[in-house]
Design a protein around this ligand. Structure first.
Ligand SMILES: Cc1ncc(COP(=O)(O)O)c(C=O)c1O
Length: 382
């Protein structure tokens, strides 16, 4: 019987096995677009755009194990993963149901690009769980949810959504980028497909753009077919870097989780802070759900300062260690303003409607010493 290995071991070795003498400990990077083909063979050719370069394949196998999926595939970006996953389930004239709490780029993809294929999208506010079922039409094929959400860190209840999806025979696709498979594995909660921006926690070092999709073998095969035609394969070097990043994923997440909680608890006590959004705090609306479904609360913290935009800009100009930059989930702490980045496109009114006032700061706590992250914020707020 095959032994079951733990998450950290799997993230390092995939399925551990005894290696022949002189095997390199670090995997070889096969930075090659193509490979020698046996003469007269009608076997599939090896060509990196097809995603069958060994670095691409090994990475996908390891990630599938971490998500508990039959199969997985890496592509050129998180947006590429979201786009291909939806193209794999939707046809012109189909209908998609999406949570309203989603990344701005995903919203544009749905509203502008899927619309071009005649695919309609109905948005459901997860605070009205009965609306999932109500939104279903004859042409509905799939439901899309992001959890934890960007940047309010809401934890969506997948219960009523999986119920509606199963009853109606719909595919449930979940973007769990903000959790990483350490903190939340959607397939264990009834999702059919998990989408992640590998740019974030999987890689963890702010030096790669990539995305991943995990699910059933037939689903991943369809994504693979689309990936080849839409030219979305991940570069072998990016795959190699993500594989290296994933070796420390479990350890990094432990520190992201403790730093996120320490910063959130400190911020909640600070006189200049009006509100903190962190699922590990009892004040967060989804704290109880977060405790029951997440293995850790993560490194993402939302902050509202009492002085609004003026106060946030003053803080941003004073920070020394923490860099003002979009993106998240790297080893270094970053801070950004959703009004100028992820949620720019929906305007001030749209943001206010979904609870992101101007002056909202999104902090991605890195793995530095918590005292130094807090120290930099403290001096910046003085
Ligand atoms: C939740 C979420 N999904 C997807 C993406 C897109 O990922 P990428 O930038 O790798 O295309 C992002 C980017 O910030 C994100 O926050």
């Amino acid at each position: 019987m095959r032994r079951q290995f733990g998450f950290s071991t799997t993230a390092i070795h995939g399925v551990p096995h005894r290696r022949p003498d002189w095997t390199p400990i670090a995997p070889a990077l096969q930075q090659s677009s193509t490979f020698v083909n046996p003469v007269g063979s009608d076997d599939e050719v090896l060509y990196s755009r097809y995603g069958n370069n060994p670095n691409q394949l090994d990475l996908a196998r390891k990630y599938a194990l971490l998500e508990g999926a039959d199969d997985a595939i890496f592509v050129a970006s998180g947006m590429g993963a979201t786009a291909l996953a939806h193209l794999a389930v939707l046809r012109p004239g189909d209908h998609l149901i999406s949570s309203t709490w989603i990344y701005g780029g995903t919203q544009h993809l749905f509203d502008r690009e899927l619309a071009r294929f005649g695919i309609e999208v109905t948005y459901v506010n997860p605070e009205q769980p009965r609306h999932w079922r109500k939104a279903v039409r004859k042409s509905t094929r799939a439901i899309f949810v992001e959890t934890p959400t960007n940047p309010l860190m809401r934890i969506v209840d997948l219960g009523p959504i999986t119920y509606a999806a199963e009853e109606e025979g719909l595919a449930l696709l979940v973007d769990a980028t903000f959790a990483s498979p350490v903190n939340f594995r959607p397939l264990e909660h009834g999702a059919d497909v998990v989408i992640t921006s590998a740019t974030k926690y999987l890689n963890g070092h702010s030096d790669v753009i990539a995305g991943a999709i995990a699910g059933s073998t037939s689903f991943v095969e369809e994504v693979n077919r689309l990936m080849r035609l839409w030219g979305q394969a991940i570069d072998p070097h990016a795959a190699w870097l993500i594989d290296r990043g994933m070796r420390t994923l479990a350890l990094r997440m432990e520190r992201h989780n403790t730093n996120g909680l320490a910063v959130a608890q400190w911020a909640e006590q600070h006189a200049s802070v009006a509100r903190v959004h962190y699922p590990g705090l009892p004040s967060h609306p989804d704290h109880e759900r977060a405790k029951s479904v997440l293995q850790g609360f993560g490194g993402m913290v939302g902050l509202e300062l009492k002085g609004g935009v003026k106060a946030t800009e003053r803080l941003l100009k004073r920070l020394e260690m923490i860099a003002h930059a979009p993106s998240l989930a790297g080893v270094e702490t970053l801070v950004s303003e959703p009004r100028l980045t992820s949620h720019k496109g929906i305007g001030a009114e749209g943001r206010a409607k979904i609870g992101i006032p101007d002056g909202f700061l999104r902090l991605s706590c890195g793995i530095e010493d918590a005292a130094d992250i807090i120290g930099d914020l403290e001096q910046g707020l003085k």
